[in-house]
Design a protein around this ligand. Sequence first.
Ligand SMILES: Cc1ncc(COP(=O)(O)O)c(C=O)c1O
Length: 415
Amino acid sequence: MSRRKELVQRFGSPLYVYDLDRVRAARQDLRAALPPQFTLFYSLKANPHPEIARALGTGEGACRAEVCSMGELDSALEAGFPAAEILYGGPGKTAAELDQAVRAGVRHFSVESVGDLRRVGAVATDHDAVADCLLRVNSESSAATSSIRMTGTPSQFGIDGETLADSAEELRSVPGTRLVGAHFFPLSNARDEESLISEFRQSIEAAARMRDELGLPMRFLDIGGGFAASYAGPGERPRYQKLRGELEQTLDVHFPGWREGEVQIACESGRYLVGDSGELLTRVTNIKTSRGRKFVILDAGINTFGGMAGLGRLLPLSITVDADRTGTGEGEPQGDELATLVGPLCTPGDILGRNVSVPALSEGDLVTIPNAGAYGATASLLHFLSRPAPAEVLVSGDEVVSATRLETARTRVPE
Ligand SMILES: Cc1ncc(COP(=O)(O)O)c(C=O)c1O
């Protein structure tokens, strides 16, 4: 029996399978592409599974955690990240969640506006603490192209670069806070290495200007990420050959002393670290033809793997059929055909892929969506139509390390 079929027999379908060895290999590759002095944050939004976070937070090249919610903070703490090293960010931080975060021991925050900084300061003061804050900047312009652009345009993220001069003084003197540097995150999933390099260069130059022209402190500089990964289709993680040298050169010009730790430089990544560690196994439950179009109905829809559908974009998704066929068809699937891959939800929006080239499938076939380790389960409409969440299995070598399912329960809200 194939390994995938065996796992589905044990844990059910749909099923996410994450390989911890691949998670560690991705970290090693990313570390090798960056200067060794760099701090590397794992962004839990890509996959908040505590055991995946634990794999990234321990061992050689350990990452720190970057979180944006209480749920992610809980995962990070469960994974063993020391609270005092966690970076807490996001554009909608409330006083209540900040209170919980500071209570838990978090002392590093990325702040998105003067108001956000004041809110962090007020909560820190209540706890007799001082919060080290990175100012997230929405630069005036941006260099690269990517699939997901986050700055250079009007945005809920960061403080507009051109307004910094007006608020510089205020930013330096908010009680309960210590402004320690800047945070940039201009893009996700950069198209190529050149784009990534020019984006990082712009951020480093902008940070140097903030220090030189506005006198803002720059002891900690988080230049963000944008490291790419294939998503739901075939493909390998890019290997960045030039990045390290280019970063070192640019930092030498603008932040001499960075190599000795005068300025701590950080990067962040979600998808690069975990994207290729995971695959989604799903079964064909029905096949039908409607007005000449073939529909393959899977037991996983946008409730299981809906991150991009939620953003209004369909993925160039691909599937492979398990060699050990379990459907009603016999032997090797014959020839490719075009089909629309849909899930089980009662909405026409439950589409994973339109006109996808698939082998001739039969009901019961087990198919695999590759590169599904990032923005999978928790980026999906998990509760829509009240179906159970998929199980998530972690493997290392031949061993199943953990098998869990995210459950939700309706609970009484305390008044
Ligand atoms: C601030 C910040 N950090 C990190 C990430 C992770 O991005 P990726 O998974 O593409 O590495 C994001 C993604 O939106 C982000 O907004």
